[in-house]
Design a protein. Structure first.
Length: 139
């Protein structure tokens, strides 16, 4: 069995952003040489997410608004976590909702997606350097 590991690094301009990383993951699959297997993609930070959905701007804005209603950034004092001097209590909750990772099957050397599926990095406490792990196993 083959194993391949790659990191993607991000430093977003905005506090909250969604970045389509599908092509980066496809490139990692190609680099791995794996034809049949699994690809794990996960955020390595507790205020960021990796998820699969449609690459449609309206949907992404809906997500941002929905997440902000569920876990508003302000008032910062609303979160016990922020009593430690942080201001990102909401980002931890948003990450929990959107998830830490995705696993996609690799078939015939390609990500085996359903219609419209794309992989996204979700940032909820941006403007600093963070990473995503891609781990591929298979034959």
């Amino acid at each position: 069995m083959k194993s391949y590991r790659k990191e993607l690094w991000f430093n977003t301009k905005n506090r909250v952003e969604f970045i389509n990383i599908t092509r980066d993951v496809e490139e990692a699959v190609k680099e791995s040489g794996v034809k049949e297997g699994l690809c794990l993609v996960n955020a390595m930070h507790i205020t960021a997410s990796v998820f699969i959905n449609d690459d449609e701007p309206g949907l992404h804005e809906d997500y941002k608004e929905w997440l902000e209603r569920l876990a508003p950034h302000e008032p910062i004092s609303a979160y016990r976590h922020n009593r430690t001097g942080e201001d990102n209590g909401d980002a931890h909750l948003k990450r929990q909702i959107m998830g830490r990772e995705v696993v996609v099957a690799i078939t015939d050397g390609k990500l085996d997606f359903g219609p419209w599926e794309q992989i996204f990095y979700g940032e909820f406490d941006g403007q600093r350097r963070k990473r995503v792990l891609i781990k591929i196993i298979g034959e």
